[in-house]
Design a protein around this ligand. Structure first.
Ligand SMILES: Nc1nc2c(ncn2[C@@H]2O[C@H](COP(=O)(O)OP(=O)(O)OP(=O)(O)O)[C@@H](O)[C@H]2O)c(=O)[nH]1
Ligand SMILES: [Mg+2]
Length: 295
């Protein structure tokens, strides 16, 4: 008798900062997508492919759902929409410390068609004022058809139960990707993301939201990989902040980004960064396309 093989698309949705990307990395067992303590870190739909003997789950990380204020936001929400279209299963990540109303509002914006698993994340941060059973009862009453699981992507509380929940209804189908694929994106993309991750970690206020990264060169030499990247910002003042006094901040950014690239590529990296000002790039179709926001 032939062994059963399950395969399908499991797309992760939720509010900004809910922990979607952290969860994807945990499920894949490696640090593929970037995360930060700030909102709106993820800007693309990014596939993370988990292949085991009897199943292949094609996860999609997506940007946190927001009301679009500029064209970059619109592009981000188009990525969410595309993930809505082909989901076999939707995973909704919601911060359990946030009111249920914020989830209700989000679900009103997201027109879900598929089966959903609701993960109530960040249980490690629960204050304990209200018993967990009472919180769960509230969500179960509001979403009676969904599987609901309280988890912590940080401490891994209950996270071993997620894959079995998915496999309960993942379609029987041959794999979509060969087992050497872990994503639909290339190294160049992930390297640019690692620079953005450091921008989110190092700079405050509007800087991360006005920054894009463009990889000019990615050359594999015999002993190391040479990477040249532009960091795009909207204003001269932002460029000054990025550089920092005497270039101290950009130097730190370069060091941090290079270290995470070396870990990701498992190779020595030589990194050169250039800061460029492109006014209103977030609302400019051509710039957006150039920097990889093409949908
Ligand atoms: N305490 C706690 N923090 C968590 C947990 N899961 C994620 N975080 C933190 O929450 C923050 C946001 O995590 P991300 O994974 O970047 O969130 P996201 O939903 O992908 O956010 P966007 O890409 O902006 O939509 C990070 O600082 C994470 O470390 C958790 O279970 N507990
Ligand atoms: Mg994210």
């Amino acid at each position: 008798m032939e062994e059963k093989f399950q395969s399908g698309f499991v797309n992760i949705f939720g509010a900004p900062n809910a922990g979607k990307s952290t969860l994807l990395n945990l499920l894949l067992g490696e640090r593929l997508v970037i995360t930060s303590s700030k909102v709106q870190t993820t800007r693309h739909r990014i596939l993370g492919i988990l292949t085991e003997d009897n199943y292949q789950i094609v996860f999609s990380d997506t940007p946190g759902i927001i009301e679009a204020k500029y064209k970059l936001h619109e592009k981000m929400m188009q990525q969410v929409k595309s993930a809505l279209e082909d989901a076999d299963i939707a995973i909704i990540v919601h911060d359990i410390n946030k009111p249920i109303e914020s989830l209700n509002e989000l679900m009103g914006m997201l027109k879900l068609k598929s089966r959903a698993i609701l993960l109530l994340n960040k249980t490690d941060r629960l204050s304990g004022d209200i018993p967990l059973a009472d919180i769960l009862a509230e969500y179960t009453a509001a979403y009676p058809k969904w599987d609901i699981l309280p988890i912590s992507a940080k401490t891994k509380h209950n996270t071993e139960q997620i894959i079995p929940l998915i496999l309960k209804t993942l379609p029987e189908a041959p794999p979509y990707y060969t087992d050497d694929n872990i994503s639909d994106r290339n190294e160049r993309f992930f390297v640019s993301e690692l620079i953005r991750e450091q921008i989110y970690a190092l700079y405050e206020d509007e800087i991360p939201y006005h920054a894009a990264v463009f990889i000019q060169a990615f050359e594999e030499k015999s002993t190391l990989t040479v990477i040249k990247a532009d960091i795009i910002v909207s204003r001269e003042t932002q460029k000054m902040i990025l550089l920092g006094k005497g270039g101290a901040m950009i130097k730190q950014l370069g060091i941090n980004a290079r270290m995470s690239m070396q870990e990701f590529l498992d190779r020595k990296v030589h990194l050169e960064l250039f800061v460029k000002v492109r006014p209103h790039w977030r609302d400019n179709e051509n710039h957006l396309r150039e920097y990889g926001y093409n949908s």
